[in-house]
Write a protein that binds this ligand. Structure first.
Ligand code: ADP
Length: 731
């Protein structure tokens, strides 16, 4: 977990990166929305413009129609002239010339139904006139009887491109002639001028065949030219509409058109596409500039703010390090309120750390003083750095001078050769993580003095869960140890003497008590022999003697019974004994022996007192015996197996009994001998007496208890002692 945290920490983005991302994340979506709005606005505006433009095209074509209408009306009025009806063509010529001046036309002419020109204002009256073939307009007027307008054609007299508006002249319900007004494209130009179109737009008026009649730009150059078939096809689908195209003078435009249903003529308006998209382009450019400006401003601000934050945070690193070193942190004024608050918190933390350090130094000092006063040597072993710190008291205890470097090997060299392996093992175990230990061992000081040392140690684990530090205290326990050994020696002697005394007493008593009946039996038997040698033998006397022998023998048996009873009873007054405590006392008593044998004793005591009514000294003797037997059985066992477990427990649902078990991991007992080992004088040991277990069983039996042995399922044997439970506080 720690490692992954470190990895994440290293991958975390910097303040600047985060702020840059924030600025971009804020500005780009806004720009995108603005772009979408601009585009949609452009489309709306364009649609609006197109629809407006169609309106203007319609107005233009209406103006053209109006021009034709005006000409038609004027011709219609002229057609009713009596001079024309009466055939006064000369008078009509001058009349028409007068009317022509007020019209957008360059000549008025009269054609008969066959197309023959009867008069034209273009020539003075009386001059010979050309004969025209039947024109499409004439045919249309004759067919429909309605006025009409021609397409552009080459005027036969003036050799110019012109068009004609014609009306029928009726006589007696028949069309006898047509009255026509011709006009050049220049005469229609006023229509486009009056529309007041933007100067960049291209506007054209086309006749029904798609030829340019007039144009807003360069009329002379393009008049009479036909639009392309493709353009005409696009315009043919409806009377109004628009499409993208190119003008005759090569400008990319959006073309809008409106066609007159009366004349079939069309007005085309071309809006340069540049102009159409100019707004969009301008807006887009503005947007791009605004976005870039916002980004630049935002990023600059982000960089400024980021640098300030970074500086504020980094400025707090040295103070934090100073706190770690126990110094007062110097905190500069920072740019942000929060950073200043953090700085204040660091300042407070620094003060707390310094106070805590001072307090801990003082308590350390006090501890050292107390330890010195108690002659306790303190030592700390740093397992990671392989360093050892030792208090002065410890050094003087082990005979190392102040400041002299001490390695583990130096310490071990001071330890008595017999104890060195055990000490080494304990230190190794601590390094492997056994949380605490307690050991007693001997050292030889440089002056040759042998001292007993008691050491207590506890292991501290580091962040990785492995042992990092061992702390401990060592104390000179020579005086206690010597007293203990002395007491132990004495105890041993007493025990031994006790055993010998019991034996001596037993054999003395036996000899004494049995001597008498045996002597009587002997003398009776000798007497019986004498009576048997007589002739004849005195059988009555012999019978008497044999009866006496039987009596004496019975008496001998009684003596033995009595002695056993005596032995059974014998003992000191009973007290309430806690087997837990008894176990602890005995193990303490035997500790040295056990250490010397390289044997560890584990206790599994009961949490509650395990009470029996017993002779404590006798029970101690029993437990000592069992432990010594277990030690003997494990002689030569591997160190891993050199463990005895002593277990104390209350037995039975009601707690009727208490039980003490000594479990070893020794050689075990041959199955056939499980019951014999309690027999007196049964021993398998070279120097054994074979009396220990026998005496133990007697003691236990005298306490109304049982003592038995069994082999463990895996290895070694267990000897169990069971006694009736006594209540701790009898009612
Ligand atoms: P001794 O002191 O001579 O050994 P004991 O009465 O104490 O006499 O023991 C009798 C014998 O019982 C021992 O010699 C040994 O063979 C056997 N014995 C006792 N305790 C154990 C044990 N824990 N494991 C194996 N054998 C044992």
């Amino acid at each position: 977990m720690g490692l992954s945290f470190l990895r994440n920490w290293k991958q975390a983005p910097s303040v600047n990166t985060s702020l840059t991302a924030l600025v971009i994340a804020c500005i780009l979506p806004v720009s995108a929305v603005a772009a979408a709005l601009i585009l949609s606005f452009y489309h709306k505006e364009r649609a609006q413009l197109i629809s407006n433009t169609i309106g203007r095209a319609r107005a233009a074509i209406t103006a053209v129609d109006h021009d034709f209408g005006t000409a038609t009306t004027a011709l219609g009025a002229l057609g009713t002239s009596r001079m024309l009806l009466s055939g006064d063509l000369q008078g009509f010529h001058s009349r028409a010339t007068t009317v022509l001046a007020s019209m957008h036309a360059d000549s008025i002419l009269v054609l008969d139904a066959s197309g023959k020109m009867l008069m034209t204002t273009r020539l003075p009256y009386g001059q010979p006139l050309p004969t025209l073939s039947s024109t499409p307009l004439l045919r249309r007027i004759l067919a429909s009887g309605k006025p009409g307008v021609s397409d552009l054609f080459m005027g036969p007299l003036n050799r110019q491109l012109i068009y004609t508006v014609g009306v029928p002249v009726w006589r007696d319900g028949r069309i006898v002639m047509t009255l026509n007004a011709t006009a050049t494209s220049a005469q229609l130009a006023h229509v486009l001028v009056e529309q007041q179109l933007p100067p960049t737009w291209r506007a054209s008026v086309l006749d029904a065949s798609g030829r340019v009649v007039t144009r807003s730009h360069e009329i002379e150059k393009y008049v009479g030219q036909r639009l392309s078939d493709a353009q005409l096809r696009l315009a043919a689908v409806a009377t109004e509409g628009g499409f993208d195209s190119t003008t005759l003078d090569g400008i990319d435009v959006f073309v809008v058109f409106s066609r007159s249903p009366l004349s079939g003529w069309t007005v085309f308006l071309g809006i340069p596409r540049d102009e159409l998209t100019a707004g969009l382009r301008a807006n887009t450019a503005w947007l791009a500039v605004a976005t870039l400006a916002a980004l630049a401003a935002g990023l600059t601000l982000a960089a400024l703010v980021g640098r300030r934050i970074t500086r504020s945070v980094q400025a707090l690193i040295p103070p934090a390090q100073a706190i770690g070193n126990g110094d007062a942190p110097a905190i500069p004024p920072l740019h942000f309120k929060e950073a200043n608050e953090l700085g204040q918190a660091l300042r407070n933390a620094g003060a707390s750390v310094r106070e805590a350090r001072a307090a801990s130094q003082e308590s350390e000092q006090r501890l050292l003083l107390a330890a010195d006063a108690a002659h306790l040597g303190i030592w700390i072993r740093d397992l990671t750095r392989q360093q050892i710190w030792l208090s002065e008291q410890w050094r003087s205890l082990f005979g190392f001078s102040a400041g002299q470097p001490v390695a583990l090997a130096d310490l071990l060299a001071r330890v008595h050769a017999d104890d060195r392996a055990a000490v080494q093992r304990t230190l190794d175990n601590a390094e492997l993580g056994v949380p605490r230990y307690e050991m007693e061992y001997r050292i030889t000081r440089p002056d040759g003095a042998l001292r007993w040392i008691g050491s207590h140690g506890s292991v501290e684990t580091g962040a990785d869960g492995r042992p990092a530090l061992v702390r401990g205290v060592s104390l000179d326990i020579t005086a206690r140890k010597l007293a203990e050994l002395d007491a132990q020696q004495k105890q041993k002697e007493v025990t031994h003497l006790g055993r010998l005394a019991v034996l001596g007493e037993l054999s003395g008593a036996l000899a004494h008590e049995l001597n008498q009946p045996l002597t009587a039996i002997l003398s009776n038997a000798q007497a019986a022999r004498r009576f048997l040698e007589r002739q004849p033998p005195d059988l009555a006397e012999i019978d008497e003697i044999l009866r006496d022998i039987v009596d004496e023998d019975r008496r001998a048996g009684e003596v033995i019974q009595r002695l056993r009873r005596l032995f059974d009873k014998g003992g000191t007054p009973r007290t309430l004994v806690d087997l837990n405590q008894l176990t602890r006392d005995v193990i303490r008593l035997l500790r040295n022996d056990l250490i010397n044998h390289g044997i560890a004793v584990h206790t599994e005591l009961s949490a509650t007192p395990v009470i029996a009514s017993a002779d404590a000294v006798q029970l101690q003797q029993v437990l000592i015996n069992l432990l010594m037997n277990a030690c003997d059985a494990m002689a030569g066992a591997a160190p891993d197996n050199a463990v005895i477990v002593v277990r104390c427990a209350t037995i039975g649902a009601e707690g009727e009994a208490v039980q003490l078990s000594v479990v070893d991991r020794g050689a075990g007992i041959p199955a056939a001998d499980l019951s014999h080992i309690f027999d007196p004088f049964y021993t398998t040991k070279e120097r054994g007496m074979g009396l220990g277990l026998s005496i133990c069983r007697n003691i236990v039996a005298a306490h109304d208890g049982q003592l038995w042995a069994e082999n463990n399922p895996d290895v070694g044997a267990s000897v169990h002692l069971r006694l009736p439970q006594a209540k701790a506080h009898p009612a």
